[in-house]
Design a protein around this ligand. Structure first.
Ligand code: PEP
Ligand code: MG
Length: 552
């Protein structure tokens, strides 16, 4: 038996076979080739294989998501035979004697530039398709695997690290647990694991050793321990631990239907964070009172091109319909930083967390933003949607956002499309700037939701993606807690409500303090709702309120 020690980021015990997922990025090295004939043949073979992969993907998508959504794979297959595209690649190989990988990469760059320069959104969207098919051919040429689970039976995934875009594309029904070598507890991959309620361990050095491929392993997401080829004693111990955790989960089931009220009568709303419409089942299973954060960017991450207004409308409509009258707070797209979406073709940045992300992208690409807002407002006619904007730092941003919302509403009125004109608009308070001027911002919006993941990152200057810096990150740092209190106080004064949707909302060492501050809503991963409800029910705040607040 070999034992690896990492950090548990989502509790639970999983037994299963380990499958290692390799990174997909194929680096292109330019090389000079002498035998251009065989290089042309090598390209031709890769092109044929890419066509076969796309045919298989089309068939799979046709079964799973229907003809309209599957069509993209057929378009990609046809693009692989585009005469101009082929001619360019062949010319690079024949005339410039470069290897096939470089010829494809250079052709892709030229085509992408050409499409983007066209003043036509349809043609601009083709840039993404060219990039996609070219990456596929390059991966085949470089013999780099595309990520994905090979085994038919559910497995435990082992990986160096997983980007959010890779995680969302994995088939969740076949994942028993995640174990990664790298990662940090507040990275979006860890958050996704918690949302899906899948046991997860990060920082387990050695897990990607190819000797472990296919081994029987046990993952303890509570302690962060991973056992490879476990001995009988460990198996029994872990079975008992799993049994105990299952019993506790069953006990919590009795709290369903019980209102989260403290012993001294203070109410708080417990909402769920989700990343996909599929997570609505968990919202119900765990008795959430609503959705406090729907990370809509995962719709963009799962897609190979810009999701259309109708595609988004159908998702948001389905979310509110499934919520049966409960509130669903949808955050507009928060891409950038660790959530990179290829087809946005964002320039590389030195400091992406402080770069063009979230609302900054929306305000610089109003077309993309308006498409999402139209879809959201249209869906507001079918249930209780609220719209929330990420990464706000200034009053002018909020005003610009509200102006764009006004324009969208005006368009819908002109087109006689129904929507709820009183849809609540809120902002995330996740930058120190927003927290400090929350008295001013509170006058502009209907609610605040505090994103403690980014608020902590920006207040303490600790990169949430970097595991080496976690020892310097005091998640209960008074600077962050004081900012939260400032925000809640300012919201109260302006008569609006405040929620917390960052990971700190589920930190039960802080529940009493948040209640004492007067936080109105806590939004956590669905699996944390019932444990948090138990904590609220056991709490008596009034007698310790002053003491707790004076310690800040
Ligand atoms: C946050 O920053 O706390 C938050 C909820 O947003 P995200 O984790 O998606 O950045
Ligand atoms: Mg954030």
């Amino acid at each position: 038996m070999i034992k690896l020690k990492g950090q548990g980021v989502c509790g639970g015990i999983a037994f299963g076979k380990l499958e290692l997922i390799k990174k997909s990025a194929a680096l292109v090295h330019r090389e000079r080739v002498v035998d251009t004939k065989s290089e042309l043949m090598r390209f031709e073979e890769a092109r044929t294989k890419a066509g076969q992969q796309l045919e298989a993907l089309y068939d799979k998508a046709l079964d799973e998501v229907g003809e309209d959504n599957a069509a993209i794979f057929e378009i990609h297959r046809l693009m692989l035979g585009d005469p101009d595209y082929l001619e360019s690649i062949q010319a690079y190989i024949k005339d410039q004697h470069v290897n096939a990988e470089s010829a494809v990469a250079m052709t892709a760059d030229n085509f992408v530039e050409m499409f983007i320069a066209m003043n036509d959104s349809y043609m601009q969207a083709r840039a993404v398709d060219v990039r996609d098919i070219s990456d596929r051919v390059i991966s085949i040429l470089a013999d780099v695997e595309q990520p994905g689970i090979k085994s038919e039976a559910p497995v435990i995934i082992g990986a160096d690290d997983l980007a959010p875009s890779e995680t969302v594309q994995l088939d969740k029904s076949r994942i028993l647990a995640f174990v990664t070598e790298k990662g940090s507890s507040n990275s979006h991959t860890s958050i996704l694991a918690r949302t899906m309620n899948i046991p997860a361990v990060i920082g387990a050095k050695g897990i990607t050793d190819s000797r472990f491929e296919g081994a029987e392993i046990i993952v303890d997401g509570f302690s962060g321990e991973v056992y490879i080829d476990p001995d009988m004693e460990t198996i029994i111990q872990m079975q008992e631990k799993k049994q105990k955790s299952n019993t506790q989960k069953e006990l919590l089931q009795r709290l369903k239907g019980v209102k989260p009220v403290t012993r001294d009568g203070q109410e708080i709303r417990l909402y769920a964070n989700i990343g996909s419409i599929k997570d609505m089942a968990e919202v119900y299973a765990n008795d959430a009172m609503g959705v406090g954060l729907f990370r809509s960017e995962f719709i963009y991450l799962e897609s190979s091109t810009y999701p259309t207004e109708d595609e988004q409308f159908n998702i948001y409509k389905s979310a509110v319909e499934k919520a049966l009258g409960k509130q669903v707070i949808i955050r507009t797209l928060d891409i950038g930083a660790d959530k990179q979406v290829g087809y946005f073709d964002m320039p590389k940045e030195e400091n992406p967390a402080m770069g063009v992300r979230a609302i900054r992208i929306c305000l610089t690409r109003p077309g993309v933003f308006k498409t999402q807002l139209r879809a959201l407002y249209r869906a507001s006619a079918f249930g209780r949607i609220a719209i929330m904007f990420p990464m706000i730092t200034s009053l002018s941003e909020v005003r610009k956002v509200k102006e764009i919302c006004r324009q969208v509403k005006e368009e819908l009125v002109a087109e006689r499309i129904p929507f709820n004109a009183n849809t609540e608009l809120g902002i995330m308070i996740e930058t120190p700037a927003a927290a400090i001027i929350s008295d001013i911002l509170a006058k502009e919006v209907d609610f605040f939701s505090i994103g403690t993941n980014d608020l902590t990152q920006y207040t303490l200057a600790v990169d949430r993606q970097n595991p080496d810096i976690e020892p310097f990150c005091d998640v209960h740092h008074p600077a962050v807690l004081r900012l939260i209190k400032t925000v809640v106080d300012n919201a109260r004064k302006a008569g609006i409500w405040t929620g917390i949707c960052g990971e700190l909302a589920g930190d039960m060492e802080l529940t009493e303090l948040f209640l004492a501050m007067g936080v109105d809503e806590l939004s956590v991963s669905p699996g944390l709702i019932l444990p948090l409800k138990q904590k609220v029910l056991e709490t008596n705040v009034s007698h310790i309120k002053d003491k707790l607040l004076s310690q800040l």
